[in-house]
Design a protein. Structure first.
Length: 302
């Protein structure tokens, strides 16, 4: 039976393999570390390639000019280790740059069809900038008389990204926070769009991670007002110790109750956001001893 042509991205596999091969013996804590890993293999791979001829041009630029803003952004990215931490500005600059770059590479060639590619494709971008089988031709804008190089396209895309960031979040790059743009959207499926009520039932949190990190935080993409909202991630995380099952841990993204007036509606959400876990015991007596109540579900008899 055919299932799909779409599979997990290889970028996360590369990072997972590196973490797994980095030590001979793994523990529960090492697997928790891997689940919560926010280092982007994609950022580490693409930025040196895309910015190769942009980092150190030796050109001085007056304060307040687009050139100076670009230099500041490049300096910040040069010192960044690729960690998609919610408190850092660099992930937002990087994500906006890749989004603008993907748009510039394909828009003039594909026209309206380019809107179908709503997320940057790291494999495609790498092939273009390595000129695999002549793929660097994507950098040239066919509608212009000049022949744009990939360096030209990368520079213009970065300027596009910085203009978008300035209009949305202000021109102070150092004060940006990835988490302000990368908010997890736990929207109520029934009441989430009801005026006023949506402020009580929808849960929003700033989060780390991104499209290609092990700590999954898939962005919305597209050209909407919030392209970096976290719309797909691990609603449940669990690490199981088969040698000692009672030392297993888990966490869910919101809470145990589906009723928004219950204190258990979102009581686990901050633990989930901070990468914390709660113990999972398989001993029913321990579960009853720590319980605050018992919920009994009785299916309606027909």
């Amino acid at each position: 039976m055919h299932v799909s042509h779409l599979w997990g991205d290889t970028q996360r596999v590369h990072r997972w393999r590196r973490l797994m091969q980095g030590r001979e013996v793994h523990t529960r804590d090492s697997f928790i570390e891997a689940q919560l890993d926010t280092v982007s293999f994609t950022a580490r791979s693409l930025l040196p390639l895309i910015g190769a001829d942009l980092w150190f041009t030796g050109e001085a630029a007056p304060e307040g000019t687009p050139e100076r803003l670009r230099q500041r952004a490049l300096t910040m990215l040069a010192d960044w280790n690729g960690e998609m931490n919610e408190h850092l500005p660099e992930p937002l600059i990087y994500a906006a740059w890749m989004r603008a770059l993907m748009d510039r590479l394909i828009r003039d060639d594909l026209g309206p069809l380019s809107r179908e590619f709503d997320h940057p494709d790291p494999i495609f971008i790498e092939r273009v900038f390595r000129n695999v089988d002549g793929a660097a031709a994507w950098c040239d804008v066919k509608q212009s008389t000049a022949v744009e190089t990939c360096t030209d396209t990368a520079r213009m895309a970065l300027d596009d990204a910085l203009i978008w960031i300035s209009e949305r979040y202000g021109a102070s790059l150092e004060s940006l926070r990835w988490g302000d743009a990368h908010q997890a959207t736990h929207d109520h499926q029934v009441l989430g769009d009801v005026p006023l009520l949506r402020y009580f039932v929808n849960i929003r949190q700033s989060t780390s991670g991104g499209d290609n990190t092990l700590l999954r935080g898939r962005t919305r993409g597209g050209n909407g007002p919030d392209p970096f909202h976290n719309v797909h991630g691990a609603g449940y995380r669990g690490v199981y110790d088969f040698a000692d099952p009672d030392s297993s841990v888990f966490i869910i993204a919101t809470g145990q109750s589906g009723h928004f007036l219950s204190r258990y509606y979102d009581n686990l959400s901050q633990l989930w956001r901070r990468g914390e876990y709660i113990p999972m015991s398989l001993d029913p007596d321990l579960a009853r001893a720590a319980a605050v109540g018992i919920t009994i579900l009785r299916p309606e008899m027909q």
